[in-house]
Design a protein around this ligand. Sequence first.
Ligand SMILES: Cc1cc2nc3c(=O)[nH]c(=O)nc-3n(C[C@H](O)[C@H](O)[C@H](O)COP(=O)(O)OP(=O)(O)OC[C@H]3O[C@@H](n4cnc5c(N)ncnc54)[C@H](O)[C@@H]3O)c2cc1C
Length: 478
Amino acid sequence: MNASGFGDGSVTIVGGGLAGSEAARVLAAAGFDVALHEMRPERPTPAHKTGDLAELVCSNSLGSREISTGKGVLLAELQLLGSLVVQAATRHAVPAGNSLAVEREGFARDVTGAIAALERVTVVRGEVAALPRGPTLVATGPLTSESLALSIARAAGRTQLFFYDAIAPIVAADSIDADVVYAATRHGRGEPDFLNCPLGPDDYEHFIDELVAAEKVLAKDFEQERYFEGCMPIEVMADRGRQTLAFGPMRPVGLPDPRTGAIPHAVVQLRREDKAGQLYNLVGFQTKLKYPEQKRVFRLIPGLERAEFVRLGSIHRNTFISTPALLCEDLSLRSRRDLWFAGQIVGCEGYAESAAMGLMAALAMVARARGAVLEPPPRTTMIGGLMGYIRDADPRHFQPMNSNFGLLPAPAQRFRGKGARAAKRTWLAERALGDMAAWIERHDLGWLAAGTPTDESSCSASGVTAEAGAASDAGSAA
Ligand SMILES: Cc1cc2nc3c(=O)[nH]c(=O)nc-3n(C[C@H](O)[C@H](O)[C@H](O)COP(=O)(O)OP(=O)(O)OC[C@H]3O[C@@H](n4cnc5c(N)ncnc54)[C@H](O)[C@@H]3O)c2cc1C
């Protein structure tokens, strides 16, 4: 190892979950000596049951393999990158239609065995209570232990670390009925960036009835049902009184419909979620309704009858940092450049997404050790789209994101008629996979799928551009 503070070529990973395991195998293959710290079984989390690495805490599915879904594209990209998690999942797959569902104990044991077999990786059991010195990757996930969370808060700033998410649904812009909604900001202040769904008195009453009666997700034992006013579930607010929403997140004051000049009885505001304007967030609609209920009830909102939900709402225990405020493009902390973050803690959502971030952070560390900086996969790929989102999102409203087609730049051509949505998705998926394959080839990353770099030079060239890029992104370097 040479420059960039990597000294003797050893690195620390904290957290042996999906992201940490994926990162360990990449770093070991690239020639690093890795100390992988996992606090289980000595110190359990409220959700994990075993001491195995990469334990799946809830569903046994990594998501749909269909290339017509965001998750399917992500899984295919991970496969191209030789993902340990996807390979183990494929070996332990159980019949589940088009989904990649696994026999969970076999899957976790497989990953644990694969990591144990790597000569360069030492698995160290026990809690890491404070951020270690030297090149370190933090991949401690949504249930990061309390002491470490405090240490992260000290390094990152107390206001930039969150313990619960409050996720409102996001819909695809092209599925919103443009004849019904109207663009306006309250009292006409600033650019009319919001789209507004107008509700008449009858629409409103019907919506409240369905919202209050809809089925909710029960909180887990370790989740406290105490909500801050600013992130109370929409259905809990509605339950407080029939007009609460009309005076709260659905208040129409200052939002006349420009077509009639009249102020509707209530309004659901949709806020742009991305720069390209392909995604819109239902403002103030964080919710614990069950997923199918969200689709049913929120499609009662005028203008959203045919909405495509690219992310559904939720509120759960989730430790994550404000990546747009804190991290560089290569997932290192701006104020301490030898500290990287990966997995759910960077504000992605999902098993496959967490593994993908682990893989990317590890490649970024490899690049930095060679005195260079990782060029992330293009925005047209699902991984590049996700990394771009968590980097560029508005820090004031940052909430975790899963893979979805809305993260990818729209095609120049328009798809029309019956089957247009499917055709567009196929086109986006093919472009993503083609661009990912080209990125792998351009950066000589074939060794990821092969297991080890063929030689030192191929590793040193891996996915990097000149260090100048890193320096310009460095902020206050440590
Ligand atoms: C209750 C719950 C249910 C979820 N269900 C799903 C689901 O069904 N589907 C889905 O796609 N996603 C789900 N997620 C979200 C997320 O995808 C998973 O949590 C995923 O495992 C995150 O991967 P990760 O590698 O970031 O973290 P994890 O897989 O949680 O790995 C982090 C590891 O770090 C360890 N650790 C924590 N603190 C320390 C410390 N101080 N020192 C040493 N080790 C430490 C933990 O023990 C853990 O093994 C769920 C999350 C939660 C909390």
